[in-house]
Design a protein around this ligand. Structure first.
Ligand code: SF4
Length: 306
């Protein structure tokens, strides 16, 4: 049926189904604008999981990748969490396994699981962090000034502040979308847009971070662009955020540092959002004990940041 429906008809049907089923749609900042159009809430992965727990809904359609939907399910055991496309799996999250966390912890130092990990990994960690709070979490939990963080090695380096040593596990874990940015891109951007500020994500290489004017999570970048007196920005993150910035901050200019796309994020389409909601399919199911332990790691992050 959906293949003969226009985009506008699908959007209308989605709105009708949301009402009928008491459902909400959450979309990560990297989703396409079409998917963002039908979302009740947009944000980074943790903002979305927290939003899900505050919304009064029976069903949550989570438009993001596997670990994000799992985090939403961990924080919302009483809701049915659906993911539009089961192939939307983050390649970086897959780089860290529960065994690797257990092995690192044998040293006696605490392990911080980036929120970009599966629930089975969070369950083994002492605490979680996001790209917005990694340094604060590291400072709060490090033992004798040392802790582990995985899977993103660039985020671990970014969190090495105030004399805290943050050891990356695995040693070279990375997000291919952010790894694509080079210092040469920053140099070229500064020549092409000398009036612009360069803002990048902490999953970028350290040299790229050091050559930028601001480093922050997607939500921090969005806020920075809104509040800065500067009127144009070169943005080093996935293209979906830049599209959102262009649409929502109309009086400022945004240029991609380089066009970098997360293929897995884009597997969620208007059509499969509609089908997941209509058929209530692709429910995220987690082992109860793993979900409980993962929840502790996420909750501890909120506690130490209070
Ligand atoms: S942008 Fe990177 S970290 Fe985010 S889902 Fe894609 S591969 Fe994973």
């Amino acid at each position: 049926m959906s293949n003969v429906m226009s985009k506008e008809e699908i959007k209308k049907e989605i709105e009708r189904l949301k009402e009928e089923k008491n459902a909400v749609i959450l979309a990560h900042n990297y989703q396409t604008l079409d998917v963002q159009d039908v979302a009740d809430f947009k944000g980074d992965s943790l903002e979305l999981a927290v939003a899900a727990s505050r919304l009064k809904a029976d069903i949550v359609v989570f438009c993001g990748v596997d670990f994000m939907a799992e985090t939403a399910a961990v924080l919302n055991p009483d809701k049915k969490v659906l993911i539009p496309c089961t192939r939307a799996k983050c390649p970086m999250a897959a780089q860290l396994t529960p065994e690797m966390v257990r092995e690192a912890k044998k040293s006696g130092y605490p392990f911080i699981a980036y929120v970009n990990t599966l629930a089975s990994v969070k369950a083994e960690a002492d605490i979680c962090c996001t790209s917005a709070n990694a340094a604060k979490v590291a400072r709060a939990v490090a033992k004798d000034g040392v802790c582990f963080l995985g899977p993103d090695a660039n985020l671990a380096k970014f969190a090495c502040k105030n004399g805290i040593k943050v050891i990356p596990v695995p040693e070279h874990g990375y997000c291919y979308v952010h790894k694509a940015f080079q210092v040469e891109d920053v140099e070229r951007a500064r020549k092409e847009h000398p009036e612009a500020e360069v803002i990048v994500h902490p999953e970028c290489d350290l040299e790229v971070q050091e050559s930028a004017d601001f480093v922050g999570s997607t939500s921090q970048m969005l806020r920075y662009a809104l509040n800065s007196e500067c009127e144009s920005f070169v943005v080093g993150t996935e293209i979906g955020l830049i599209e959102r910035m262009k649409r929502e901050i109309k009086d400022k200019q945004f240029y991609p540092l380089r066009r970098s796309v997360c293929v897995e994020m884009k597997l969620n389409t208007l059509e499969n959002v509609y089908l997941a909601l209509k058929e209530e399919k692709h429910e995220v199911r987690l082992d109860g004990e793993i979900a409980e332990r993962a929840k502790k790691a996420v909750k501890r992050m909120f506690e130490v940041l209070d």
